[in-house]
Design a protein around this ligand. Sequence first.
Ligand SMILES: Cc1cc2nc3c(=O)[nH]c(=O)nc-3n(C[C@H](O)[C@H](O)[C@H](O)COP(=O)(O)O)c2cc1C
Length: 327
Amino acid sequence: METHSLLKERFAANPLLLAPMAGVNDPVFRLICKKMGAGLTYTEMISAKGMSHGNARTFEMLTLEDGEKPVAVQLFGSEPQVMARQAAEVEQRLGEGLALIDINMGCPARKVAGKGEGAALMREPERARAILSAVAKAVELPVTVKFRKGYALGDDSAVTFARMVQDCGVAALAVHGRTAQQFYQGRSDRSVVGRVKAAVDIPVIASGDVFTAHDVASFLSEQGADAVMLARGAQGNPWLFRQAAALLAGDAATAVAVPTLQERTELARRHVLGVAQSYPAKLTSMRRHVSWYFKGTANASAIRRAVHSCTTVEDYETLFSQIVKQR
Ligand SMILES: Cc1cc2nc3c(=O)[nH]c(=O)nc-3n(C[C@H](O)[C@H](O)[C@H](O)COP(=O)(O)O)c2cc1C
């Protein structure tokens, strides 16, 4: 079967995706999202150059939890041959653990775009084309690409860019309705997704300001997206997957059901213990996650302050028992 038909089927079965998020998508979090209803989860973006230099920390990012397979792996870089070789390496290493390879052409961070990688490739369509064609040739599995509305503030080049990437043999594309220079500011322009969808035949994945189940439904029904990425809306709130799945299934009550303090505490604990067991070096990054789990609750700011002194699992356990007592 053609790779884009494969993805079309996958998205038709479940259009809810956990967006790639650097510094957020550890394997335990991805597994939590999957159990909450994500059809597919993405890794953090992984440097193809880092892989080609044999960087151990880069390779650690390819570690998967058993229950989460298959995942989407996102690579970034600017050298077509390096990208192609490392995509093939990922395919070989992960085997059935891999669903697709996604190429990052949307990251605006200076340390990425400043080196001609990520969103900078929207300004270099010939290089973008060379990368996508080389990667698509090097792997059997579907290759996808994620980009933005454009690069500079007033740019609206997504439709032209989408037509170009489709010609390179990619199986699907994801578009975020902000320009690179907007970073994460302002409102995401949803209409970009509809305009791109009308211009290409491959599946289109929507990204940008997905904070409620209704945001998901509106991308699917109003813009014609084939799938929707949950990003900041899922941070500390993987229940958003359950809410969105419920809305799509016609269960309006579950679509707005918010987790109790006890559910938040249990999930935060599960996340901390999972990371402590398998990825102890990442325990400090759990501070952000734990703060997010309690965002919007009565004691959110006190928890945010307290979490800053959590270093060990015992520190987190003490905090969790205090939270439950305060109920
Ligand atoms: C902390 C953070 C890290 C991100 N890392 C990546 C990344 O590694 N690769 C990528 O393509 N997009 C990345 N993004 C962008 C998101 O995938 C998504 O496109 C963007 O946040 C817009 O969706 P939202 O407005 O619903 O958050 C990141 C976003 C955030 C907030």
